[in-house]
Design a protein around this ligand. Structure first.
Ligand SMILES: [Zn+2]
Ligand SMILES: [Zn+2]
Length: 117
């Protein structure tokens, strides 16, 4: 048991030594109407920033978001699950990409999240 702990601690030490030039830790995609990107949870650096690539159904192949321009010039960006069936989040951005509103849909309330075609 003690040996295992030593092994664990030295692995941890090794990890903290190499983390100066760390691999960025990222969670879900951050996005606006133009781009998607990752933000490192450790250093808050923006990485992987690229423009959306929309499939024929209008959903980005990378971040599963669809973008709609509203009549007042703002944009509604809807993030779907990986099957493109369930709405997970909805953002509203102004023309400059500043966030105006964010709605998170409950993943367990199917009636709210499902899209009716
Ligand atoms: Zn980082
Ligand atoms: Zn995207």
């Amino acid at each position: 048991m003690k040996k295992l702990l030593t092994l664990f601690l030295s692995a941890l030490l090794l990890f903290s030594l190499v983390s100066c030039s760390h691999r960025h830790t990222v969670e879900s995609w951050s996005l606006n109407q133009h781009m998607h990107w990752h933000v490192c949870t450790e250093c808050e650096k923006k990485t992987d920033s690229t423009p959306h690539e929309f499939r024929s159904n209008g959903i980005c192949i990378v971040c599963n978001a669809s973008v709609e321009q509203n009549s007042n010039g703002s944009y509604t960006v809807t993030v779907y699950d990986s099957n493109g069936k369930i709405r997970l989040k909805e953002y509203v951005f102004d023309a400059d990409g500043n966030i105006l509103n964010e709605t998170v849909f409950q993943s367990d309330s199917a009636s709210d999240g499902f899209i009716n075609f």
